[in-house]
Design a protein around this ligand. Structure first.
Ligand code: ZN
Length: 339
Protein backbone atom coordinates (compact mmCIF):
# COMPACT_ATOMS: atom_id res chain seq x y z
CA UNK A 1 0.00 0.00 0.00
CA UNK A 2 2.96 2.30 0.09
CA UNK A 3 3.32 4.79 -2.72
CA UNK A 4 5.85 4.22 -5.46
CA UNK A 5 9.42 4.96 -4.55
CA UNK A 6 10.00 8.66 -4.70
CA UNK A 7 10.94 9.49 -8.22
CA UNK A 8 13.46 12.08 -9.23
CA UNK A 9 12.25 15.09 -7.30
CA UNK A 10 14.73 17.38 -8.99
CA UNK A 11 12.55 17.43 -12.08
CA UNK A 12 9.54 18.68 -10.17
CA UNK A 13 8.78 22.39 -10.16
CA UNK A 14 8.14 22.28 -6.44
CA UNK A 15 9.94 20.60 -3.60
CA UNK A 16 6.97 18.48 -2.57
CA UNK A 17 6.81 14.78 -2.81
CA UNK A 18 4.73 13.87 -5.80
CA UNK A 19 4.21 10.14 -5.68
CA UNK A 20 0.58 9.11 -5.79
CA UNK A 21 -1.35 5.89 -5.90
CA UNK A 22 -4.87 5.24 -6.90
CA UNK A 23 -5.67 3.69 -3.55
CA UNK A 24 -8.52 3.92 -1.10
CA UNK A 25 -9.31 7.51 -0.36
CA UNK A 26 -11.50 7.02 2.69
CA UNK A 27 -9.71 8.74 5.53
CA UNK A 28 -7.88 6.30 7.68
CA UNK A 29 -8.44 3.28 5.49
CA UNK A 30 -5.11 2.17 6.72
CA UNK A 31 -3.25 -1.09 6.80
CA UNK A 32 -0.31 -2.29 8.76
CA UNK A 33 -1.14 -0.46 11.94
CA UNK A 34 -0.17 -3.30 14.20
CA UNK A 35 -0.34 -2.11 17.75
CA UNK A 36 2.45 -2.93 20.13
CA UNK A 37 2.33 -2.88 23.88
CA UNK A 38 -1.21 -4.13 24.26
CA UNK A 39 -0.12 -5.93 27.41
CA UNK A 40 1.31 -2.78 28.95
CA UNK A 41 -1.88 -2.07 30.80
CA UNK A 42 -4.05 -3.99 33.13
CA UNK A 43 -7.76 -3.79 33.68
CA UNK A 44 -9.20 -0.63 32.27
CA UNK A 45 -11.10 2.16 33.92
CA UNK A 46 -11.87 3.92 30.68
CA UNK A 47 -15.23 5.18 31.84
CA UNK A 48 -13.28 7.72 33.88
CA UNK A 49 -11.95 9.23 30.67
CA UNK A 50 -15.16 11.04 29.77
CA UNK A 51 -14.67 14.78 29.84
CA UNK A 52 -10.97 14.73 30.68
CA UNK A 53 -9.17 14.56 27.34
CA UNK A 54 -7.47 17.55 25.75
CA UNK A 55 -8.17 18.53 22.19
CA UNK A 56 -4.97 18.26 20.14
CA UNK A 57 -4.63 21.96 19.33
CA UNK A 58 -7.10 23.73 21.60
CA UNK A 59 -10.53 24.96 20.63
CA UNK A 60 -10.02 25.21 16.89
CA UNK A 61 -12.50 24.69 14.10
CA UNK A 62 -13.64 21.13 13.43
CA UNK A 63 -13.53 20.63 9.69
CA UNK A 64 -15.10 17.18 9.74
CA UNK A 65 -16.81 15.48 12.69
CA UNK A 66 -16.66 11.82 13.68
CA UNK A 67 -20.26 11.44 12.46
CA UNK A 68 -19.28 13.23 9.25
CA UNK A 69 -16.59 10.62 8.66
CA UNK A 70 -19.17 7.86 9.13
CA UNK A 71 -21.58 9.55 6.74
CA UNK A 72 -19.11 9.59 3.87
CA UNK A 73 -19.66 7.43 0.85
CA UNK A 74 -17.86 5.13 1.31
CA UNK A 75 -17.72 5.57 5.10
CA UNK A 76 -14.32 6.36 6.56
CA UNK A 77 -12.31 3.29 7.47
CA UNK A 78 -11.24 5.07 10.65
CA UNK A 79 -13.84 7.61 11.79
CA UNK A 80 -12.38 10.45 13.81
CA UNK A 81 -12.51 14.18 14.38
CA UNK A 82 -10.66 16.53 12.01
CA UNK A 83 -9.31 19.70 13.60
CA UNK A 84 -8.38 22.37 11.03
CA UNK A 85 -4.97 23.76 11.93
CA UNK A 86 -2.07 25.03 9.82
CA UNK A 87 0.77 22.63 9.16
CA UNK A 88 3.33 22.77 11.97
CA UNK A 89 0.85 23.35 14.81
CA UNK A 90 1.92 21.62 18.07
CA UNK A 91 -0.28 18.69 19.05
CA UNK A 92 -0.85 17.96 22.75
CA UNK A 93 -1.37 14.49 24.17
CA UNK A 94 -5.01 14.06 25.15
CA UNK A 95 -4.06 12.22 28.32
CA UNK A 96 -1.24 10.29 29.98
CA UNK A 97 -0.02 7.19 28.22
CA UNK A 98 2.63 5.48 26.12
CA UNK A 99 3.40 5.90 22.43
CA UNK A 100 2.72 2.42 21.03
CA UNK A 101 2.83 3.02 17.29
CA UNK A 102 4.52 5.55 15.07
CA UNK A 103 4.66 5.84 11.28
CA UNK A 104 7.09 8.27 9.69
CA UNK A 105 6.27 7.85 6.01
CA UNK A 106 3.63 9.80 4.12
CA UNK A 107 2.28 6.72 2.33
CA UNK A 108 -1.29 5.42 2.52
CA UNK A 109 -4.36 7.40 3.52
CA UNK A 110 -3.07 8.00 7.07
CA UNK A 111 0.21 9.68 6.22
CA UNK A 112 2.45 9.98 9.27
CA UNK A 113 0.79 9.09 12.55
CA UNK A 114 1.26 8.47 16.26
CA UNK A 115 -0.73 6.12 18.46
CA UNK A 116 -1.14 6.75 22.18
CA UNK A 117 -2.20 3.94 24.51
CA UNK A 118 -3.73 5.87 27.38
CA UNK A 119 -3.22 4.76 30.96
CA UNK A 120 -7.01 4.45 31.19
CA UNK A 121 -6.85 1.64 28.61
CA UNK A 122 -8.14 3.64 25.65
CA UNK A 123 -6.31 4.09 22.35
CA UNK A 124 -5.89 7.32 20.35
CA UNK A 125 -4.40 7.91 16.90
CA UNK A 126 -3.23 11.23 15.46
CA UNK A 127 -3.05 11.18 11.63
CA UNK A 128 -1.58 13.26 8.77
CA UNK A 129 1.32 14.60 10.86
CA UNK A 130 4.15 16.76 9.66
CA UNK A 131 6.42 15.16 12.26
CA UNK A 132 6.43 13.29 15.55
CA UNK A 133 8.15 14.69 18.63
CA UNK A 134 8.24 11.53 20.74
CA UNK A 135 9.76 8.08 20.38
CA UNK A 136 8.04 4.75 20.07
CA UNK A 137 7.69 3.40 23.61
CA UNK A 138 8.00 6.83 25.24
CA UNK A 139 5.75 7.62 28.18
CA UNK A 140 4.00 10.96 27.70
CA UNK A 141 2.00 13.24 29.95
CA UNK A 142 -1.35 14.88 29.30
CA UNK A 143 -0.72 18.19 27.53
CA UNK A 144 2.80 17.28 26.38
CA UNK A 145 3.59 18.23 22.79
CA UNK A 146 3.91 14.91 20.97
CA UNK A 147 3.78 15.92 17.30
CA UNK A 148 3.30 18.70 14.78
CA UNK A 149 0.28 18.73 12.51
CA UNK A 150 0.50 18.40 8.76
CA UNK A 151 -1.44 17.27 5.74
CA UNK A 152 0.45 14.07 4.95
CA UNK A 153 -1.09 11.15 3.11
CA UNK A 154 -1.08 9.31 -0.20
CA UNK A 155 2.71 9.59 -0.37
CA UNK A 156 2.65 13.37 -0.23
CA UNK A 157 3.10 16.12 2.34
CA UNK A 158 -0.09 17.64 0.96
CA UNK A 159 -2.32 14.63 0.40
CA UNK A 160 -5.04 16.52 2.32
CA UNK A 161 -5.89 20.00 3.40
CA UNK A 162 -3.96 20.81 6.61
CA UNK A 163 -5.60 19.27 9.69
CA UNK A 164 -5.08 16.71 12.43
CA UNK A 165 -7.36 13.68 12.55
CA UNK A 166 -7.92 12.16 16.01
CA UNK A 167 -9.45 8.68 16.40
CA UNK A 168 -10.39 7.10 19.72
CA UNK A 169 -11.11 3.48 20.71
CA UNK A 170 -12.42 2.58 24.14
CA UNK A 171 -10.82 -0.19 26.14
CA UNK A 172 -8.71 -1.77 23.43
CA UNK A 173 -6.63 -1.31 20.32
CA UNK A 174 -8.11 -0.80 16.84
CA UNK A 175 -6.68 -4.19 15.92
CA UNK A 176 -8.72 -5.72 18.71
CA UNK A 177 -11.87 -3.64 18.28
CA UNK A 178 -11.79 -2.92 14.55
CA UNK A 179 -10.63 0.30 12.92
CA UNK A 180 -14.19 1.30 12.07
CA UNK A 181 -15.31 0.86 15.71
CA UNK A 182 -13.87 4.10 16.97
CA UNK A 183 -15.99 6.46 19.10
CA UNK A 184 -16.51 10.21 18.94
CA UNK A 185 -13.41 11.78 20.53
CA UNK A 186 -15.33 15.02 21.04
CA UNK A 187 -17.50 13.23 23.62
CA UNK A 188 -14.43 12.71 25.79
CA UNK A 189 -12.80 16.12 25.76
CA UNK A 190 -12.80 18.64 28.56
CA UNK A 191 -16.06 20.56 28.42
CA UNK A 192 -15.61 23.91 26.76
CA UNK A 193 -17.24 25.95 24.07
CA UNK A 194 -17.64 23.45 21.27
CA UNK A 195 -15.81 24.53 18.13
CA UNK A 196 -18.28 25.31 15.35
CA UNK A 197 -18.56 22.39 12.98
CA UNK A 198 -17.89 23.13 9.38
CA UNK A 199 -19.30 21.43 6.33
CA UNK A 200 -15.98 21.51 4.54
CA UNK A 201 -14.64 18.04 3.94
CA UNK A 202 -10.86 17.85 3.70
CA UNK A 203 -10.76 14.45 2.04
CA UNK A 204 -9.72 14.91 -1.57
CA UNK A 205 -11.15 13.17 -4.57
CA UNK A 206 -8.54 11.08 -6.32
CA UNK A 207 -8.43 10.67 -10.07
CA UNK A 208 -5.94 8.76 -12.14
CA UNK A 209 -5.52 7.39 -15.63
CA UNK A 210 -2.91 5.46 -17.58
CA UNK A 211 -2.77 6.01 -21.34
CA UNK A 212 -0.58 4.23 -23.86
CA UNK A 213 -0.02 7.18 -26.23
CA UNK A 214 2.82 5.66 -28.28
CA UNK A 215 3.26 8.66 -30.55
CA UNK A 216 6.36 10.03 -32.28
CA UNK A 217 6.46 13.72 -31.43
CA UNK A 218 7.77 16.29 -33.94
CA UNK A 219 10.80 18.18 -32.68
CA UNK A 220 10.69 21.77 -31.44
CA UNK A 221 6.91 22.38 -31.32
CA UNK A 222 4.58 22.31 -28.35
CA UNK A 223 2.19 19.36 -28.60
CA UNK A 224 -0.77 18.67 -26.33
CA UNK A 225 -0.44 15.65 -24.09
CA UNK A 226 -3.53 13.42 -24.06
CA UNK A 227 -4.43 11.63 -20.85
CA UNK A 228 -6.95 9.36 -22.55
CA UNK A 229 -8.00 8.92 -26.18
CA UNK A 230 -9.07 12.36 -27.44
CA UNK A 231 -8.99 13.79 -23.91
CA UNK A 232 -6.61 16.56 -22.84
CA UNK A 233 -8.08 18.44 -19.87
CA UNK A 234 -6.45 17.89 -16.50
CA UNK A 235 -8.96 20.04 -14.63
CA UNK A 236 -11.98 22.08 -15.62
CA UNK A 237 -14.28 24.45 -13.72
CA UNK A 238 -17.36 26.38 -14.76
CA UNK A 239 -19.05 29.62 -13.76
CA UNK A 240 -19.23 29.89 -9.97
CA UNK A 241 -17.26 26.71 -9.29
CA UNK A 242 -13.83 26.23 -7.77
CA UNK A 243 -11.33 23.42 -7.67
CA UNK A 244 -8.19 23.12 -5.56
CA UNK A 245 -5.79 20.29 -6.06
CA UNK A 246 -2.51 19.01 -7.25
CA UNK A 247 -1.80 17.00 -10.31
CA UNK A 248 1.08 14.92 -11.58
CA UNK A 249 1.89 13.65 -15.05
CA UNK A 250 4.28 10.74 -15.47
CA UNK A 251 5.79 10.35 -18.93
CA UNK A 252 7.66 7.43 -20.43
CA UNK A 253 9.54 8.16 -23.66
CA UNK A 254 12.12 6.43 -25.81
CA UNK A 255 14.68 7.97 -28.14
CA UNK A 256 15.48 10.79 -25.73
CA UNK A 257 19.11 11.80 -26.25
CA UNK A 258 18.74 15.47 -25.21
CA UNK A 259 15.50 15.89 -23.32
CA UNK A 260 11.95 17.09 -23.42
CA UNK A 261 10.03 19.96 -21.86
CA UNK A 262 6.61 19.97 -20.23
CA UNK A 263 4.32 22.81 -19.24
CA UNK A 264 0.70 23.26 -18.21
CA UNK A 265 -1.50 25.82 -19.92
CA UNK A 266 -4.42 27.46 -18.10
CA UNK A 267 -7.20 28.63 -20.39
CA UNK A 268 -9.68 31.21 -19.18
CA UNK A 269 -13.07 30.83 -20.80
CA UNK A 270 -16.06 33.10 -21.11
CA UNK A 271 -19.52 32.09 -19.92
CA UNK A 272 -20.28 30.22 -23.15
CA UNK A 273 -16.96 28.41 -23.30
CA UNK A 274 -14.92 30.53 -25.70
CA UNK A 275 -11.23 30.87 -24.84
CA UNK A 276 -10.48 34.34 -23.50
CA UNK A 277 -6.81 33.93 -22.61
CA UNK A 278 -4.12 31.32 -22.07
CA UNK A 279 -1.52 31.40 -19.31
CA UNK A 280 1.56 29.20 -19.45
CA UNK A 281 2.72 27.61 -16.21
CA UNK A 282 6.46 27.09 -15.58
CA UNK A 283 8.29 24.82 -18.01
CA UNK A 284 10.21 21.93 -16.55
CA UNK A 285 12.81 20.05 -18.49
CA UNK A 286 13.17 16.30 -18.31
CA UNK A 287 16.70 15.37 -19.34
CA UNK A 288 17.74 12.17 -21.04
CA UNK A 289 18.62 9.50 -18.55
CA UNK A 290 22.28 8.50 -18.46
CA UNK A 291 21.47 5.26 -20.19
CA UNK A 292 19.72 7.10 -23.02
CA UNK A 293 19.78 5.47 -26.40
CA UNK A 294 17.35 4.95 -29.20
CA UNK A 295 15.62 2.24 -27.19
CA UNK A 296 16.15 3.03 -23.48
CA UNK A 297 13.22 4.69 -21.73
CA UNK A 298 13.41 8.09 -20.09
CA UNK A 299 10.94 8.61 -17.25
CA UNK A 300 9.90 12.03 -16.12
CA UNK A 301 7.15 13.72 -14.21
CA UNK A 302 5.56 17.11 -13.87
CA UNK A 303 3.73 18.12 -10.70
CA UNK A 304 1.61 21.18 -10.11
CA UNK A 305 -0.56 22.45 -7.26
CA UNK A 306 -3.42 24.53 -8.62
CA UNK A 307 -6.49 26.54 -7.76
CA UNK A 308 -9.16 27.25 -10.37
CA UNK A 309 -12.06 29.62 -9.82
CA UNK A 310 -14.64 30.25 -12.53
CA UNK A 311 -14.55 29.14 -16.17
CA UNK A 312 -11.05 27.70 -16.51
CA UNK A 313 -9.38 24.56 -17.72
CA UNK A 314 -5.90 23.09 -17.69
CA UNK A 315 -4.04 20.97 -20.18
CA UNK A 316 -0.39 19.96 -20.58
CA UNK A 317 1.96 20.29 -23.51
CA UNK A 318 5.35 18.87 -24.31
CA UNK A 319 8.17 19.90 -26.63
CA UNK A 320 10.90 17.42 -27.53
CA UNK A 321 14.47 18.64 -27.81
CA UNK A 322 15.82 16.03 -30.19
CA UNK A 323 14.39 14.19 -33.16
CA UNK A 324 13.18 10.63 -32.95
CA UNK A 325 11.39 10.74 -29.57
CA UNK A 326 8.34 8.55 -29.06
CA UNK A 327 6.25 9.14 -25.95
CA UNK A 328 4.94 5.73 -25.02
CA UNK A 329 2.88 6.24 -21.90
CA UNK A 330 1.17 9.07 -20.06
CA UNK A 331 -0.01 8.48 -16.49
CA UNK A 332 -2.10 11.19 -14.88
CA UNK A 333 -2.97 11.50 -11.19
CA UNK A 334 -4.59 14.22 -9.16
CA UNK A 335 -6.13 14.89 -5.76
CA UNK A 336 -8.65 17.70 -5.69
CA UNK A 337 -11.41 19.41 -3.78
CA UNK A 338 -14.37 21.14 -5.46
CA UNK A 339 -16.46 23.92 -4.01
ZN1 ZN B 1 -10.24 12.73 9.10
Amino acid sequence: MCGPADQDRSTAPTARAVSRRSVLIAAGATLGAAAVGRSLFGPTDHAAAAGTYLRPCGDVRISSSWQGHKNRNPPSGEPGTDYAVPTGTPIQAATDGVIVDRKDSTGTATGRYLALRATDGNYIRYLHLQSSAVRLGERVARGQVIAYSGASGFGSETGYGAHVHVSLWIGGTPSQLGFTNSVDFENYVVPSTPPPPDSEDPVPTHQSSAYWWNTAVPMGVWARIPIAPGSFYLAQTGVGSKETGDLTLYLRAIGVTTGLQVRVVAETLDSIGNIVSSTMQPVIEIPATTAASATAATLGHYSLPYFLSGPLRLYAELRVLNAGITVQQVDFKKNFWRS
